[in-house]
Design a protein around this ligand. Structure first.
Ligand code: SAH
Ligand code: SF4
Length: 410
């Protein structure tokens, strides 16, 4: 049994799964994901005197997160003895890449294998997706194997196997992507696919892959703080967006302890419908969610919250819904992101007609919001939103073909 089921009432479907799959650290752990303090402690355990630790941490940080080194040997500023000691006790391993797919539009998807649970014997896989544009490149990062929640339109939500990623496994996705894209100083860019013309391949990060980051708060926080550290990967917190389905108690914490941009998966303007689409709404209904958004630490017109709204044909896409949406968000510094629904085999919804999306978006636009419709990318490799479901529950070849065909005729 890999999940526990919580019933909110006799008739209600379950709201949360408990991540029961265990993380078992490798015998020789990777330093990736340790904060500066933790790195200092690890050095202390190796016998590095207190007075030297800060300087050593600084050196290691540079080699690991600025230069992207994968072994200790070439870290020329670190003494030979310490390099040998580090290599004996630690690695700089990233998650293992088991597959890489490049979509016709340049989107890249990596299937990553993490240490599995020896009890269940099941592999722990996550996906990480890179979406290049002319001047920027966005990396979509996962926070859990599967997801604790069960949104009815989301493929990831149907996965039974759930475990939280460690901070190292979350930052590790950025490291892997930068390795593969040659995105470290002096790196070589791939010759296939598309990369932006500017200096860096990865300019933005979104925590919108598999999993609910606010149900894996500490690891998501620690990982984001490493990504944003100015002496390492150095992606500004304004270019890192954490997407949540509405874990209200952790929204304020995210503002205070992380300080990145926030996206909220709203998807419905009435509690009865949101209860169905995002069952977590039964625990934290719309009013409470929006109150937390109003009070999000740091929110301002210059730092708006993105509200995501998946367009489901005949379900949440009426003009009345659009009007209710702008009424509901009044007074909140907001952006609205309309997402065409990405169907997956077995899903019970359809994407709204393009004409309807345009009408809906016009209402939003007339209310003063730029309402970009997030175009689905990478559909031919199943990398678009909500389709991230790892090989632990593989789609049949036929299902993949069907999906690919759908993407091509889009
Ligand atoms: N758990 C977080 C982040 C991961 S989901 C959250 O729910 O916000 C990232 C985004 O993709 C969310 O807005 C989610 O609602 C959306 N999404 C999920 N399934 C989708 C699908 N099939 N089509 C389009 N968007 C989807
Ligand atoms: Fe989880 Fe987000 Fe999917 Fe909901 S939409 S099941 S919270 S990944």
């Amino acid at each position: 049994m890999t999940i526990a089921i919580e019933m909110t009432s006799a008739s209600a479907a379950f709201v949360e799964k408990t991540p029961l799959e265990r993380y078992v650290a490798p015998a020789k752990p990777s330093l990736i994901g340790l904060s500066r303090e933790e790195l200092g402690r690890a050095l202390g355990a190796l016998g590095v005197p207190e007075a030297q630790r800060k300087m050593r941490v600084q050196q290691l940080w540079h080699w690991i997160y600025f230069r992207g080194f994968t072994s200790f040997e070439a870290m020329s500023s670190v003494s030979k003895e310490l390099r040998a000691l580090l290599a004996e006790k630690f690695t700089l391993d990233r998650p293992e890449v088991v597959a890489e797919q490049v979509s016709v539009d340049g989107t890249r998807k990596w299937l990553l294998r993490l240490p599995g649970d020896p009890d269940s014997g099941l592999p722990h896989d996550v996906e990480c997706v890179y979406i290049p544009d002319t001047e920027r490149g966005t990396l979509c990062v996962s926070s859990q194997v599967g997801c604790t929640l069960t949104c009815t339109f989301c493929h990831t939500g149907t996965q039974r196997l759930v475990r939280n990623l460690t901070a190292g496994e979350i930052v590790g996705q950025v490291m892997v992507a930068r390795d593969r894209l040659g995105d470290w100083p002096g790196g070589t860019r791939p010759t296939d696919g598309v990369v932006p013309t500017g200096g860096r391949c990865i300019t933005n990060i979104v925590m919108m892959g598999m999993g609910e980051p606010l149900y894996n708060f500490e690891a998501a926080r620690d990982a984001i703080l490493i990504m944003a550290d100015g002496e390492g990967i150095a992606i500004s917190k304004r270019r890192i967006t954490l997407s949540t389905s509405g874990v209200v108690p952790n929204i304020e914490r995210a503002g205070n302890e992380i300080g990145c941009m926030l996206a909220v998966s709203l998807h419905a303007v009435r509690d009865d419908l949101r209860n169905e689409l995002v069952p977590l709404n039964r625990k934290y209904p719309i009013e409470e969610l929006l109150k937390a958004c109003r009070n999000y630490p740091g929110v301002s017109n210059a730092k708006r919250i993105t509200f995501e709204y998946v367009m489901l044909k005949g379900v949440n896409d009426s003009i009345d819904d659009a009007k209710a949406l702008v009424r509901l968000l009044k007074g909140i510094p907001a952006k609205i992101n309309l997402i065409p629904f990405n169907p997956w085999p077995g899903s019970k919804y359809e994407c709204s007609d393009w004409e309807q999306i345009e009408k809906f978006s016009q209402v939003v636009f007339d209310a003063g919001y730029a309402s970009p419709v997030r175009t689905p990318r990478g559909r031919d490799i199943l990398a678009a939103c909500g389709q991230l479901k790892s090989a632990t529950e593989k789609l049949s070849a036929r299902e993949r073909m069907a999906l690919r065909a759908m993407a091509m005729t889009d």
